[in-house]
Design a protein around this ligand. Structure first.
Ligand SMILES: [Zn+2]
Length: 480
């Protein structure tokens, strides 16, 4: 088996930065040593990381490759999407396998394996969306935990008629998850109320993309978050993970639950940390459609009907939450749609714009910017983007850490240069635009290894379709 030595770099973990050389044997890390400790003789491949950081490969726990939505499909396949992820220093994704109302869970999962198996350049795993909670799908949840390495299930309080579960269905699914130790992921928005606001807006002639955000005000995210927390408590303190948190008032609900010692967690995404309604969705004409996603990109200031302490706006709240561990993870909710023929389905009707932003390529880059600006520490960057994702979803210490025995998923990160994001700059997702067009980021992905194989180096893709393996996951290792 080939050996690789990464020398002269600074290894960053969730707990510190230490100068270490890293010896890789085949697909796994064999040892860490003081600089110069390992002899270079007989090593097949030497990577000089002088002046650079050596970090665990990024883990994006929330992606939607080829998701059917609103009469079309998310535009990245597992091949293009996993390649783009690798370009951005992400070496594992957890995608959302789909079961909709009336469909069979096993068939939904098999469909996701058909899409992904043999097509990924990096490792991948699945959460299972349960879009139709009934006796059969509850039985299937247990089977997936015991036999398929799927320990997390996503439910929706939004999208009535598509993915929506009512409170009774949510409670039943949570009780089942509690019985088998699984985690419930929740899309927490009050979809019934949102649908009323959407119909009223359209009836008024308010059809521009910005009304996507105005019809999903933050109190309806906070209310659903609160309700999900209460239901998870009644269901036996089942671990609950709120996805794509966008609002300060919703975050307050998670903070209160965590303060009470509950197994409640949350993630946010780069779009909520950096983008505002005014600068994106609010652009004149149809351009704002590029940023239509749910939960929505929010206003710079709190909504007028914000429930909670006013002050530094949603973004300030979210950064603070990330520092305080009220937000445990940054994912992307990668769900790309092209403007042409896809977002355009919603011309003249914002509610018909496919919901989603492409971001799987840029998460590590964008969050490193938070290190540069002093919002989070270097260690917290690695913790929220690499290590906690592995622990939260049962992949640690195979993933998420640079330690002997772990998979050699490693990124060499160059802090001394810059990355320009844009369609004609750095852009590898299968989309005709970028939500981050023109953004210039400090730092750059230098080299990416997936299980010991170089996937990206010197701005060149060396990855191989089919190298990526399905990761069977255990139960969450992050419970209080
Ligand atoms: Zn999603």
């Amino acid at each position: 088996m080939a050996t690789t030595l990464i020398k002269n770099g600074k290894v960053v973990s969730a707990t510190g930065v230490i100068a270490h050389d890293v010896l890789i044997d085949g697909e796994t890390i064999r040892a860490l040593g003081a600089p110069g400790y390992f002899t270079e003789e007989g090593i097949d491949h030497i990577i000089d990381a002088a002046g650079k950081y050596v970090i665990p490969g990024g883990i994006d726990v929330h992606t939607h490759m080829e998701l059917p939505f609103g009469g079309t499909f998310a535009s990245d396949t597992f091949e293009t999407g996993s390649n783009a992820a690798a370009w951005g220093g992400t070496t594992t994704i957890i995608d959302m396998a789909v079961q909709r109302y009336g469909e069979n869970v096993h068939e939904g999962l098999a469909e996701w394996h058909r899409k992904a198996d043999g097509n990924c350049s990096i490792d991948y795993s699945f959460h299972q969306i349960i879009g139709g909670v009934d006796d059969q799908s509850l039985k299937d949840m247990k089977y997936l935990v015991e036999h398929e390495g799927i320990s997390s299930f996503k439910l929706f309080m939004a999208y009535p008629g598509v993915f929506y579960s009512d409170d009774g269905q949510i409670l039943r699914a949570m009780q089942t998850a509690a019985e088998c130790g699984a985690m419930i992921l929740m899309h927490a928005e009050n979809g019934i109320a949102i649908d009323v606001l959407v119909q009223q807006a359209l009836a008024r002639g308010d059809t521009d993309p910005k009304f996507h955000s105005y019809t999903r005000p933050s109190p309806l995210e906070a209310e659903a978050t609160h309700r999900a927390i209460v239901l998870s408590h009644v269901a036996g303190n089942v671990p609950l993970y709120i996805v794509h948190m966008s609002a300060g008032d919703a975050l307050n609900e998670v903070a209160a639950a965590r303060h009470a010692g509950r197994n409640v967690f949350a993630e946010t995404c780069p779009q909520y940390l950096y983008l505002t309604l005014e600068e994106t969705l609010g652009k004149p004409g149809f351009e704002g459609a590029k940023w239509v996603c749910s939960t929505p990109v929010r206003s710079k200031d709190h909504d007028p009907d914000y429930i909670g302490q006013m002050g530094h706006g949603h973004q300030g709240d979210l950064w603070k939450g990330l520092r305080m561990n009220e937000l445990a993870i940054v994912s992307t909710d990668h769900c790309p749609f092209c403007m042409k023929d896809q977002k355009e389905l919603g011309l003249g009707n914002f509610s018909a714009i496919p919901n989603g932003i492409g971001g799987v390529e840029h998460r590590m880059e964008l969050l490193y910017q938070g290190v540069v600006t002093g919002e989070i520490s270097l260690e917290r960057w690695v913790e929220t983007c690499c290590t906690t994702p592995a622990r939260m979803f049962g992949m640690y210490p195979k993933k998420g850490v640079i330690a002997p025995g772990a998979d050699a998923d490693i990124v060499v990160w160059d802090p001394n240069t810059k990355t320009k994001i844009g369609i004609n700059d750095k852009h590898h997702m299968n989309m005709d635009h970028s939500a981050w067009e023109g953004w210039v980021i400090d730092g750059k992905v230098d080299t990416v290894l997936s299980r010991g194989s170089v996937v990206v180096s010197n701005d060149t893709f060396h990855g191989r379709k089919g190298h990526g393996q399905y990761v069977r996951r255990g139960l969450s290792q992050y419970l209080v």
